[in-house]
Structure formats: structure tokens, C-alpha cells
Design a protein around this ligand. Sequence first.
Ligand SMILES: Cc1ncc(COP(=O)(O)O)c(C=O)c1O
Length: 407
Amino acid sequence: MKHSFDEEYDRRGTNSVKWEFAQEGEDLLNVEFTDRFFGPNRALPMWVADMDFRCPEPVVEALIARAEHGIYGYSAPTDDLLHSVVNWMERRHGWDIDSEWICITPGVVPALNMLVRTFTTQGNKVLVQPPVYYPFYGAVENNSSQLIFNPLILENGVYRMDLEDLESKCRDAEVVMAILCSPHNPVGRVWSRDELVKFGEICIENNVLVVTDEIHGDLIYHDQEFTPFAKISDTFAQNSIVCTAPSKTFNLAGLHTSSIIIPNPDLRNRFEATLQSNGLFGINAFGAVALQAAYDHEEEWLEEVLQYVEGNFEYLKAYVAENIPQIEVIQPEGTYLVWLDCRKLQLERKELKRLIFEQAKVYLDDGFIFGPEGEGFERINIACPRKVLEEALDRIRQAISRLPESN
Ligand SMILES: Cc1ncc(COP(=O)(O)O)c(C=O)c1O
């Protein structure tokens, strides 16, 4: 590999959510350090979906060059920038889009909130597929709509959609929008074309607008194929809104620059009116520079990151199978997040949290935050140097071996 992802960086002091914050009542910061970054008392932060890898060096250089200019006035999306997005979608996913379809927002989550506000009215329902990225819930509830659930089915270690349930839920005339997580966070599924076709047809038949969150769409394992939902057909494109960004792909989340791709002009006009009414225009000056530098030149870096992450996953899978048989690993097909089924430990929510955080001193995302279907699961972020993953798994193994039942 041309790039190395083994180096450990100290992210403390950079205002990193992953490294410097914790959920209420958990003290990620006030633990003593005994050696450089990862003393035995230090909780290893393996939650929040960003990577502990430096982004591609040419992106850093482009940002430094921009910073050196010293004037950071308003910026707007240029034709060149929009073409970077168009070219990326074409090169990476064979999806031919028009630059006019792109609306730039300061993130996918803000966009999801505004999309719910734009396309639903009070009393309407928005369908989601739990266990799922929990800000979907907030996006619906914050905006006076109701959630309706179409839980995924876990069968023999593999998640699939419950299409029968989807169809029956979509028949309710109040269900006007479905938020699809594709690839799915946290379960790691890369939906097949066939699954997406079935999902889309049910939504179209029942006048349900599909908002598809494809922020993880570039992070696909080598033996999998990602299908952009709106690429399936023009009918699908006209009934969908695609949320994407270089933020997960190139580790740029803090630069808050996303592309919301809306092929249908009527839907796009309505969303643009919402952006206006929120006073949102232009683009983050640094986000623009990073997006272009990354999309235009850094596909090779991405391939190497994916190779490294897959290597991390293979390590995790083998280690857990051999040393922590109480945990079942759900095989991801994409993303750098891995969903761990810890239900065999038979621990209550608080006990599992205590085990992972207090005893193992590893900070993961508790499964229940993704919905009740996530109870007894944990989500681990494996976009970190291999050594850190090894340390985290070893700590979890040791903590589990100290459980009374295991002795
Ligand atoms: C499915 C999904 N959507 C959106 C986001 C966050 O998007 P943004 O940072 O652009 O708001 C994440 C981050 O973890 C995610 O996993």
C-alpha cells in the first residue's frame, strides 16, 4: 500500500467529539494517562462515525493553501465544485447526474431534518427501518411528524428487509416518506439492487417519497456492489432524494459539506425554498476545497482505506470467534462500523454498558440507541490503527472473562 494507516494520532485538543466528549454521566476525559495515548486507564474511543486516519495528504495541502490566503469570506458552490460531485458519482457509481440536481447543505443530518419539514405536515408519518442511525428519529420527531417502524429481520446472522410489513405500513395514507439507510448503519448491509427495487416499487405504488441516506455509499467491501437508489430507473429518481457527502469517505465530517441530490425539479424547488427560509446559502469555504481535492484525486487513497478497514474486520472476526465466543459478529458489507450481537452475555442494558465502558474501558455505541431492536448489541468503529483495535478487543475479552458466569 502507498499509504500507511498504522500511525496513532492523538486527537485530544482538537475538539473531537469522538475523543473528547461522552454521553452524559460517562467520563471519557477524566481518566488518567499513563503512557502516550492509550494508557491502561484510558477509554479507547471507538464510537462516533469518523476515522482515526489522517485524510489524504493532498486534501490537507489544499486546505493549508486555502488557509494561508487569510481571507475567509462567503463562498458559493462553483460549477467546478458541482462537477466534482457529478464526476465522482459517474466514476465511482456509474450514476449519471446533472449538476443542477445538487443542493449543498452543511451536513446530511440537517438536511434530513429540513426534508422532513419540507415534505410532511403534522400528523404525517415517516417510515424508518430500525435498528437504524438514531438521528433519523430526531429528524422526524423534531419536525412534527410521526415515526412508523418497519424493523429489519435478523435471520441466521443476516439482516433483511421485511417487505410484507413495509407494504402494509405504506398502505396507510399518512405515511408520506420513508428514510432508507443505504448502506445501512449500524447493521452494515449494502442493499442489493433487487431489494432496492422491491422497496422502491412499494413506495412508489403508495405515494411514499424515498429519502435515501447514502453517506456510506463509497465505503463498500470488495466483494459487494452498491446501487445508488435513484440510478435504478427514472421513476425511482423522480421519487427520491439522495443524501451523500465526502465526509465519511474521506474523513471530512467536521467540514460540514454535503450534497443532497434531487432529480425531480418540483421536489428540488421545494427543498431549495426551505434552505432559503433557513437562511442557508453558499458553502463552507474549507469544505468546498476539501470536497474537490478529495473527489477529484483521491480514489486510490479510498481503495487503500477500504483494504485496511477490511483487514481490520478480518482481524476482529477471527479474534472474536477464537476468544470471545459470547459475541456474534454481524458481517458488514460496507461502512467501517461493525454490529456486535452481545445478547448471549445476557446482561441488562446498564450491565452491558458497565462491562464495555467501565471494565473494558472501550467506548462503543450502545445498540439500544438505534432502537429497541438494538438492545443487547454494541456498535464498534474499526476505522482506527490495527494496534488500537487489537488493544480494544483484548480489553473486551479480559472484561468478559472476569464476568462471574465465565469463570
Ligand atoms: C447514516 C448516516 N447519515 C448521516 C450521518 C451524519 O451526517 P452529517 O455529519 O453529514 O450530518 C452519519 C454519521 O454517522 C450516518 O451514519
